[in-house]
Design a protein around this ligand. Structure first.
Ligand code: ZN
Length: 482
């Protein structure tokens, strides 16, 4: 039996009333309860305290009123979010008297959304940003391009957004896209909620939509991958990144890098000539060359490239269903510099990248891919079912961002995220059903409690059940817990 997290946190005080206990997700790092209640109706007093860590806050509720101490605006925002949850849990309007000291365990607490496979649009994205903000999730990873569609309007390349979107179940819809004004509107909405929007433009694989729009970007001789041997294709990538950096203030810019079949480069005359010209060993080295090139390009602009785990595979095959690691990769002279952030979607690859000294966002598929089925008794929606495995709420809850990471490398894990791939997603109600309540477990791990030995699923489930009711009251289509 695992130690009760809640009991541990309130050991020095009286037990919280049930309503207060169940209204907090993520649970603050320290909660001390005292007797009495607060019926003060004035807004909270606020004080700046430089000693409080970034995004952290202290919330003091006494019979005399509410005081918030913070050191940055995000901390003040999160204190207000905690207070909002306490108010919603206070059935007769009386707040419990508590002293809360809180700050996040990780600085990257992300939600990924694939709008290349399913375009939801501005209103839906704002809803997702609202839902994220209630649970202190602070990075919106926006997957804007893929083989099925390219949904960001880039000046000078009008064909990118003129194509319809081919869904995996045969339906042809669209075309859909975001204009610069749409993006600015979403960025402002996110910024008010202290959410950073990290755009992803996927190179050199998952690139067929760009190849359909501009066939010269693809390799000669077949294959819809970026022809890195074509100077114009590399210039295209740079111009797209110029525009993305102009539009998005995020320090981290996602350049994809996943699941690119490398065999087409070996057959393409331009890429074969490129291998000669650059003195590469063979076409396998083309992807690491591109990663290094784009990472340096972004670094010169004061930004940092982030890519899926294959960017540190180096030489060798990157297998999306395997561990995406290759022992030779560690020795390749073409591994990227440490100026990249690695997004690890398999446990072993995330840990290996961190142990190699890279900073890592961990989102292992068996804990964080919310398009995997959640094992509900009655579920109207479609999922991926890879290898017959399931991803119920409890599997998300047991996500360990430090699994396989050496003690001295733990600081390289900057956080984690859930991934909402949407090939199978029917609509917004389906998306929300897949996101919640599993997103509650993710939020709790990344904010409160990265250590699985200090978690208690039964205790968490009681709070998640309360929040399911709350989400449904807010018209969010939250799935049952089981
Ligand atoms: Zn080529």
């Amino acid at each position: 039996m695992k130690k009760l997290l809640f009991a541990m946190m309130v050991a020095s005080g009286a037990a919280l009333p049930l309503s207060a206990q169940q209204c907090l997700v993520p649970m603050p790092r320290e909660v001390k309860v005292s007797d009495g209640e607060c019926r003060a109706i004035d807004g909270p007093r606020t004080e700046i305290a430089a000693t409080i860590p970034p995004e952290g806050y202290e919330l003091s509720i006494t019979p005399d009123g509410v005081t918030i101490r913070y050191s940055d605006d995000a901390g003040l925002f999160y204190a207000r979010m905690t207070l909002k949850q306490l108010r919603e849990g206070a059935t007769d309007g009386a707040l419990p008297c508590v002293e809360i000291k809180d700050a996040p365990a990780f600085r990257w607490r992300g939600v990924h959304l694939d709008e290349a496979r399913h375009f939801f649009g501005k209103t839906a994205v704002k809803r997702i940003l609202d839902e994220m903000s209630w649970y202190k999730l602070n990075v919106f990873h926006w997957h804007l391009t893929d083989s099925q569609a390219w949904v960001l309007d880039v000046p000078g390349y009008p064909n990118l957004i003129r194509q319809g979107l081919g869904r995996s179940f045969g339906e042809k819809v669209g075309p859909f896209h975001y204009t610069a004004n749409d993006v600015k509107e979403i960025l402002e909405y996110a910024a008010r909620r202290h959410i950073t929007v990290v755009p992803e433009i996927d190179f050199p694989g998952h690139f067929a939509a760009a190849c359909r729009a501009y066939p010269d970007l693809a390799c000669k001789g077949g294959g819809k991958v970026m022809c890195v041997g074509n100077t114009n294709a590399v210039a295209f990538a740079e111009k797209v990144l110029d525009y993305v950096c102009e539009l998005f203030p995020s320090h981290d810019i996602h350049i994809g890098g996943d699941e690119c079949p490398r065999k087409f480069w070996a057959k393409c005359p331009r890429c074969r000539a490129f291998v000669e010209r650059e003195g590469l060993k063979d076409a396998e080295d083309i992807q690491p060359w591109l990663t290094r090139h784009l990472a340096a390009y972004l670094e010169a602009k004061g930004r940092r490239a982030i890519g899926w785990e294959e960017i540190v595979v180096g030489r060798g095959k990157a297998d999306a269903n395997g561990e995406s690691e290759n022992k030779d990769g560690a020795k390749s002279s073409l591994l990227p510099e440490k100026n990249v952030l690695v997004m690890g979607y398999h446990n072993a690859a995330a840990a290996r990248s961190a142990n190699m000294g890279y900073q890592v966002v961990s989102c292992p598929n068996w804990h964080c891919y919310f398009d995997y089925t959640q094992q509900l008794k009655d579920d109207p929606f479609n999922y991926f079912l890879p290898d017959g495995r399931w991803l119920p709420l409890e599997e998300v809850y047991w996500f360990d961002p430090f699994e396989g990471v050496a003690a001295e490398s733990r600081a390289n894990i900057v956080g984690g995220q859930c991934c909402n791939w949407t090939e199978k997603t029917l609509n917004l109600y389906d998306l929300e059903w897949k996101m919640w309540p599993r997103g509650l477990a993710l939020a709790e791990i990344l904010w409160t409690n990265p250590d699985p030995s200090k978690r208690d699923f039964v205790e968490f489930s009681a709070r998640a059940a309360e929040h399911r009711r709350r989400l449904i009251r807010e018209h969010v289509n939250c799935a049952p817990l089981k």
